[in-house]
Design a protein around this ligand. Structure first.
Ligand code: NDP
Length: 283
């Protein structure tokens, strides 16, 4: 069997076009959705992510502000800047690019963002809303992974979904969103004994470990939907996922590639959350 490839680039374009219609409708009412992205320090990878986020906003005609702060910015200065953006009516979404320098408490920073502008979905109120089945802003990467499943026509209700990884930004929210859609969910971690026993039973397998190609074809149930969140850079400079694509695609029913799978969806859902935030403000 050769799996159907879930093309994240094409689906991301399709989803962006859907949200552009909604952004245009707001603009016709005189409201331009606005996103502020704050970066503290000079981390090269973070700079690329931030540039891509600002570019995606421009593509949809959104207002965006790119706030660059030096690596030695005091925590209080960053918190004051966030507070100013919380009170700025042009801004509907605020994102602080993580990681922040070590002298800044990232929990304090995430808690300082107004829950109504928390387009990354990391504020405890939004985490709680997701956990209690009243989702407001969903964290962008798992939200994008859910969109890929939807667009690929994968039915979730009653299926066994296995999520490998339990981070706050991917694994846990992914598991909650699958649960919300009535999957039977198992979460596996580095402490799971006999991981393959669980992955082989998954109708839907989501992998977010940061361990290159750790899930091989023999660990996958024939016909399963496989979502590979991992992004790992190999010695030759190329990217690969947490799933061994070549062996997995011979067993899975459908699978996301890396690059070109979940990656393009993350920024798309950030833009979607920003438009959504503006819609809520507009009533
Ligand atoms: P974290 O390092 O925060 O979490 C990794 C998780 O994987 C942990 O829960 C860990 O378990 C688990 N894990 C590690 N090794 C194993 C193993 N051998 N077996 C089972 N579980 C294991 O990573 P993130 O969630 O932040 O990211 C995961 C991957 O997704 C990375 O490759 C990252 O680059 C990528 N990513 C991609 C994004 C995108 O836009 N496409 C966005 C965000 C992340 P334990 O808790 O026990 O330590």
């Amino acid at each position: 069997m050769t799996a159907k490839i879930i093309d994240g680039k094409t689906i991301a374009q399709e989803v962006r076009a859907e949200w552009k219609v909604r952004a245009d409708a707001l603009k016709a009412r005189g409201i331009t959705p606005g996103l502020a992205v704050i970066i503290v320090g000079e981390d090269p990878a973070s700079k690329v992510y931030v540039a891509n986020k600002v570019k995606a906003c421009a593509e949809l005609g959104l207002h965006s502000e790119h706030v660059v702060m030096s690596a030695d910015t005091p925590e209080a200065t960053l918190l004051a800047r966030i507070e100013a953006l919380n009170n700025d009516p042009k801004i509907h979404g605020i994102l602080v690019q993580l990681p922040v320098p070590k002298h800044i408490n990232s929990d304090k920073v995430l808690n300082a963002i107004s829950p109504d502008k928390d387009v990354d979905g990391f504020h405890p109120m939004n985490v709680g809303a997701l956990a209690t089945g009243n989702m407001r802003f969903a964290p962008c990467t798992p939200y994008g992974a859910m969109k890929l499943l939807e667009k690929a026509g994968v039915s979730i209700e009653g299926k066994h979904a296995v999520v490998v990884g339990r981070s706050n930004i991917v694994g846990k929210p992914m598991a909650l969103m699958l649960l919300q859609q009535n999957a039977t969910v198992t979460i596996c971690t580095s402490r799971t004994v006999d991981l393959a026993k669980f992955t082989r039973d998954a109708d839907i397998l989501v992998v977010a470990t940061g361990k290159a190609r750790m899930i091989t074809g023999d660990m996958i149930k024939p016909g399963a939907a496989v979502i590979d969140v991992g992004i790992n850079r190999m010695d030759n400079g190329k990217l690969c996922g947490d799933v061994d694509f070549d062996s997995a695609k011979e067993v899975a029913g459908c699978i996301t590639p890396v690059p070109g799978g979940v990656g393009p969806m993350t920024i798309t859902m950030l833009v979607a959350n920003t438009v959504q935030a503006a819609e809520w403000v507009a009533g």
